[in-house]
Design a protein around this ligand. Sequence first.
Ligand SMILES: Nc1ncnc2c1ncn2[C@@H]1O[C@H](COP(=O)(O)OP(=O)(O)O)[C@@H](O)[C@H]1O
Ligand SMILES: [Mg+2]
Length: 322
Amino acid sequence: MDNSSITPQVLDNCITKTDVPGTAPPYRGKVRDVYSLGDDKLGIVASDRISAFDHIMKQAIPYKGQILNALAAFSFSKVEDLVATHIIDVPHPNVTIAKKCAPIPIEVVIRACLTGHAARVYKSGRRTLCGVELPDGMRENQQFEEPILTPATKAEEGHDEDISEQEILERNIVDSDLWKEIRVKAFRVFERGQKIARSQGLILVDTKYEFGLYDGEVTLIDEVHTADSSRYFYADEYEERLREGKPQKQLSKEFLREWLMEQGFQGKEGQTLPDLPDSFRKKVFERYAELFKKLTGNAFDPTPVQVDELNEKLRSIFSDYR
Ligand SMILES: Nc1ncnc2c1ncn2[C@@H]1O[C@H](COP(=O)(O)OP(=O)(O)O)[C@@H](O)[C@H]1O
Ligand SMILES: [Mg+2]
């Protein structure tokens, strides 16, 4: 699919917010509207909202919710032999029915490369990140000898903050046996993600996992190996670009972060959130669709939806699962 199907009408009809008639309002995350369905299930609706630097953009990205939902479902299915996942069903392109878990309040970040936040810390001269020692003399985007775990606290509001594994245990945020299990599972899932990416000509650079407990079982929740939670580089040009000190070709939300920084926005106090021009929204859509195609091997097939129609559908879908 090319961007000719992204008409002005499609741009005007992005799913920015859902409201299911006769249902308690959802928890609205930056990207998903999360409806509680009884004691043990959630109805998670992926909207077309896009966030960067912890800010939701004023304009949405056409079909982003569908791409994210499908990519997460695909990636969850590829790791379910390694860890319990929250997936119960995907009854609509924008919707996942999930096990309602007690979330573990840590973002489990794994990095294969010195990229993004890690690279910014490194450039500032620091040589430890979340308690992990970083060797001297590394270049931006260079691979670590082994992937590293650089957790962050999942803050209720505002910025997530880096935390070391030692501190997670000392502050009793997670019990030590539980943490051991989480870290082992996270590394295994990451290794699988790298393998899948590699087989499709991509490098899985870094990612963020969230875990929860369901009936006491460690369960992978939220989303996995999507463009929002992960960075990917194209593998074929990686070595050459690294050698020549050129930026990597990326398939992820990094594209948006870079554009925002060019406009002078890094999410800091006093900075104004720029409007996303339609031409740029189309480009972001193309990136998401491209990652979907690369990773799954199938072209993304959009299902046009209007928000009113979606709200009605959600009402009927949710009543089946309550
Ligand atoms: N299976 C699950 N059980 C409980 N909470 C979940 C589950 N899956 C996702 N969540 C939570 O639902 C929210 C998803 O919405 P999102 O837009 O990603 O929110 P956020 O802005 O907090 O990142 C997140 O807070 C995530 O932790
Ligand atoms: Mg999230």
